[in-house]
Design a protein around this ligand. Sequence first.
Ligand code: SF4
Length: 452
Amino acid sequence: MLKVILEGHDNFYGLADIVRLFYGPCREDRENGCLVCDQGPDETIVINADPSAELPLNRQVKRDLYVRLKDLSGMSFPWGCLTGIRPTAVAREEDYDYRGLVSKYLVREDKAKLACQTGKLESRIEQEASGRLNIYAGVPFCPGRCEYCSFIAQDAIRHMGKLHEYAGALCLEADMLAPFIKEAPGTIYMGGGTPTVFDEDDFGRVIECLSRSFRAGPQTEFTVEAGRPDTITEGKLDAMRSCGVNRICINPQTMNDATLRRINRGHTSADIISAYELARRKGFDVINMDIIAGLKYETAKDFTDSVRTAAGLDPENITIHTLYKKRRAGMSREDVLNAGGRGDIDKAVSEAYEYLNALGYVPYYMYRQKDTELGLENVGFCKPGTYNRYNVAMMSYTADVLSAGAGGMSKRAFRDGRYERCGNVKDISAYIKQARECAEKKIAFFELGSYS
Ligand code: SF4
C-alpha cells in the first residue's frame, strides 16, 4: 500500500492525479493528511511544499511526487507531471517554446513539440470563435451502446421510445430562443450520442428548426455528428444539405470488422465507406472521422491500419482519441493492456501523427481526459483551412457556447476573464417536461439581447 503524506500544502487533488497515473485510484485521508493507494507498492512518501521552487506550489508538489514515483517504479509517462486537460494552455504560458515543457514538467520532447504546434493554431482559431455565439444542440441517444462508451448512459438506450418527444422538446427550446438570436452564430454543432438516430421525419423537423431558429447563415460552420454509419440515409443527408450543414462526422472508431462486431457497433467497415461515399456524392466537403487508439481486442497494428484506411478515404478532418477507461464502461485497467502492450500504443499513436503530418494534416486542437492509457491525449487533425471552430470554442475560456438539449452545458465568457456555466437538466424524461424552463434559464443567463 502506497501512502503519500502532504506537508505544508493541501494539493490532494493534484497529487491524486499523479498517483493514479502510476498505480490507479487512491483515496484521500484528510484527517491524517495523506493519500492512500492500495494497488501501490509498500512505501510511504512525504511531499513537502518548497517555497524556493521555480514552479508555483501546486505544480511543484506534483512534479516532486512524479519524480519520486518515477524513481520508485521505473515508469515514466509521455506528458510527465502534466495532468491537466489542456496541455496547449501550458504551452501558451511557455510562449510555445517546447523546452519549457520538457524542463519544468518533464514532458517528452515529441509531446512538448506537439502541444506547442497545436497550441499556436488553436489560439488563432480561438480568437476567431470568440465574440460570436457558438451553439450546441445535444441528442444523447444511440441505437445501441458501444462496449467502450463511457458517455452514453444505459438510460439513453432505454429511452429510445422517447425520441419523438425529445425531438419536440428540442424544437421547443430552439423556438423559444429564436427571437433572441438576431444574427448568424459563428458555429452550430449538433452532437450526441448520435443525432442521426432520429427517423427521417423527426430528423428533418429538428434540423430545419435548429437551422431556422439559430439563423444558420452561409458563414456559419454547421456540424452534425452523424456518428454511426448505420443511421445515415440519403434523406437525412439531403435534409442537412438543405439546412446549411457544411460539416459532418462519420466516425468509424476502427476500420477492423472483427473489432466492430466485438464492440457492439452494429455495422461493418464497408458500411462506413458507403456512408462516406454517399456523403461526398451529396456534396459534403468537410468530413471528420474519429479513430480510437487502445480499443479492447485491438493490437497497435490494428489501430494504425484503421488510421491508414480512414486517411485513404481522404477526409478533411481526422480525430485520434485514446481510449478513456472510465470504470463504469466495464473495462478494467488490464482490459486495455491489449496484445500490443502499453509502449506499442504510445508508439503507434506517435506513428499515426507522423503519417497524418506527411499527408498534409495538421493538429489544431487537443485535450486530455483522466484515465486514458499512459495519460495519452486526443488530437484533432485537419487539412489546412478545414479546422472546426466549435471544437476549439467549447474548450476555450473566451468563447460563449449556448447549449440546448438534455444535459447541455452553456458557458459564458466575460471580458474580465471570468466565465460562468449554466446547465440543462440531464435526465431525458425531465428534459422533455422542462424544455421551456431550460430555454428561459438560458435567456436570462446570456442576457440574450446583447447579441442583437
Ligand atoms: S456511438 Fe458514440 S456516444 Fe453512442 S454509444 Fe457509441 S461511443 Fe457512445
